[in-house]
Design a protein around this ligand. Sequence first.
Ligand code: BGC
Length: 497
Amino acid sequence: MGRVVVVGVALTVAAAACVFASVVVGRRVRSRRKWRRVLGVLADLEEGCSTPVGRLKQVVDAMAVEMHAGLASEGGSKLKMLLTFVDRLPYGSEKGTYYALDLGGTNFRVLRVQLGGQRSSIMEQHVEKQPIPQHLMSSTSEILFDFIASSLKEFVEREGDGSQTLLTRRRELGFTFSFPVKQTSVSSGILIKWTKLFYIPDMVGREVTECLEQAMSRKGLNMRVAVLVNDTVGTLALGHYHDADTVAAVIIGTGTNACYWERTDAIIKCQGLLTTTGGMVINMEWGNFWSSHLPRTSYDMDLDADSPNQNDQGFEKMISGMYLGEIVRRVLLRMSQESDIFGALPSKLSMPFILSTPMIAAMHEDDSPELTEVARILKDALEIPDVPLKVRKLVVKVCDVVTRRAARLAAAGIVGILKKIGRDGSGGITGGRTRSDVKIRRSVVAIEGGLYTSYTIFREYLHEALSEILGEDIARHVILKVTEDGSGIGAALLAAS
Ligand code: BGC
């Protein structure tokens, strides 16, 4: 009897053990399957974002071709290739005190620059930066410009120059307005459309300088807009002031864009355009560049479809700070829908733009063994606590793939400009392969924007791609120079020249 009981208990225990083991094994199998699905999402992302040098060269060629098309006729390309009427870049003989306003990114700047009149002698500069209150970005033009004019007035008064400026002598102002503007002169132009975070419909199609001057006069400021420039143009001006080999300028910040010095005879859409220097700065508005060679994923398509400016700013949506965090968020959301990497689907992960680009930069550059910064950001920004190390590593990988593509595409864009102006060592757009008889000139590209200046890995990827595309020998002649606050200071310089 006793033996029967013992055997029965043994059998029951064995059966329970079997059930337990099969539950554990089943769970492991399911979790491995889910993890494989997540890795599948990652592999698809990597493939979709891949930028081998062959593809980058196709993007280079497409950029150069589109530049030609945009210069040939109005609307000839998605690249607007806008005239700026800046036909002389500052050389250093500029003298006097100038003010500038810089509006376009997340911050707004007011500047005062004192120029000494000798080469590269900025005797004094004072820059004040403040974030633009979010509600102003979608208010009315009057509210926005009144805010700007008030800030300028306070700045001028604080600077101790108030009485003179406000009441007597009229001051010249450089206005950096970093949106696509169809310029009618060096100091006037019409807003074509808003980009980045701004959306103020009553302003589209209106004369930008007029809006600012009316607001300044409402505030009692005796100032005149001497130049209206894009941020790329200000950056080029400052770059050229310091180094006369500066041929182009690029911004990679909240938005992205480039401008460069072009010969007037190449601006075919404006036949008969005459300038004393035979050239003019062209604002490319490269954020709107598009080519079938760009590596586009389903995340990019969804982001575009959900954006207020569908089918616009395609290049910008793959490159600039406004969008990189959002692309990463979309990938992480897909991963957590495919599996339970973050436990139950975290509600914050479904909120558009909750993950900013500075956050992905911080996660990407987290070099602690336990990825503590990644854990902190996931917890603080997305309310996802206790993420296992293996998942934190995966998050870093996603940031890497998205950032690497952005940096490499920006590099291809830069080489596209160099190709157009015959400074890529290939002898120009029709030149084909590098020729040994082509003399390589030193080409400086002035560069600004937080993505380049503050995100080290982004900057390294961009440089690496430049060398891959151009080859080490030619890349040595291409110098990217950061021009801090160039967009605003450059506008003051242009106002002076
Ligand atoms: C704007 C450009 C600007 C760039 C960088 C883009 O969204 O369209 O005009 O230069 O951002 O600020």
